[in-house]
Design a binder for this molecule. Sequence first.
Ligand code: NAP
Ligand code: ZN
Ligand code: ZN
Length: 351
Amino acid sequence: MITTIADAYAAQSATSPLAPLVINRREPGATDVEIEILFCGVCHSDLHQARNEWHNTVYPCVPGHEIVGRVTRVGSQVRKFKPGDLSAVGCMVDSCRTCVHCQAGLEQYCLAFPTFTYNGEDKFLGGPTFGGYSTSIVVDEAFVLRVPAGLDPAATAPLLCAGITTYSPLRHWKVGPNQKVGVVGLGGLGHMAVKFARAFGAHVVLFTTSPGKVADGLRLGAHEVVLSKDADAMKKHINSFDFILDTVSAQHDLNAYLGLLKLDGTLTLVGAPEHPLPVSAFTMILPRRNFAGSAIGGIAETQEMLDFCAQHRIVSDIELIPIQQINEAWDRLLKQDVKYRFVIDSSSLRP
Ligand code: NAP
Ligand code: ZN
Ligand code: ZN
């Protein structure tokens, strides 16, 4: 198969830092879009995956699934895009497209498993798919998103994962006015969840372990901020929440939040820590509470989210970095020190 090359950053093992690697991209086929990557957000999943915390990583691993770029070439049957268009790619680059979930626009739950943007199975070149910590990518147009006019491209990149992963469950559980909604953790996902829950009209309470994030939580849209290590402050919220979205990336006590739900309230976990989290039976059964999970969002819903963001002037709060600072940025993610999404300026990857 004919290929072009791209400059990338990759992990060669669970313990090696990210370092430069030249990778292949396929020549665009009839329905493919070739994108010159301008910006790529840094998701905590990139770090979990590269360090094999989910125990399924294939090396070399080129992370990155919050991609915004400029279309450079399109295949003969591509209708939605032309060279020069601003476009975006999120966590998936393909799915079976025929199963009941794909047919319902829920490609993220494809019964044959979606092809993820990195660490998926590359159906064209073999080996793992390579993500957005690179200069270019080639993706079937069905999995490429339009970036609406008026959105800052760098601050839009995190919407492709952090944005849709929080928008989708808040929509699915119909978060809106007259509801008390909690967001646990103020990182990349958490800060988008606060913005969306506020935009949807809910009363928003942010739970954070970081005293230094209280003022930012309020600025980003929370009505109240609770320091989760303050037992008395937590107690005041028992039996009061309609919905809580938990975005925490590491071990933490779920029961402390489940106990804050009211009758028939739901806690949805989107954080994906390495190890299982214990749930207490009595916290669930008295009074009848729900515990759920949610993964990213489908392609149509991702486009809906981007259009919603353009309409409501919502983007991510970002720190733009050159790729050469990626290992330091990952160290800061682990210290909960991100305000509130690192985004790679992809020009730093070009020679
Ligand atoms: P992030 O930017 O690192 O934010 C995570 C936040 O969790 C931190 O800022 C911190 O908030 C809190 N936290 C971290 N360690 C903690 C600990 N030990 N105890 C309590 N709180 C802690 O990460 P992210 O990119 O938002 O991703 C969050 C998680 O979602 C990751 O596990 C990621 O893999 C997962 N994810 C899932 C999906 C999905 O489809 N379900 C999609 C994307 C990402 P405070 O400082 O405010 O406490
Ligand atoms: Zn992600
Ligand atoms: Zn499918």
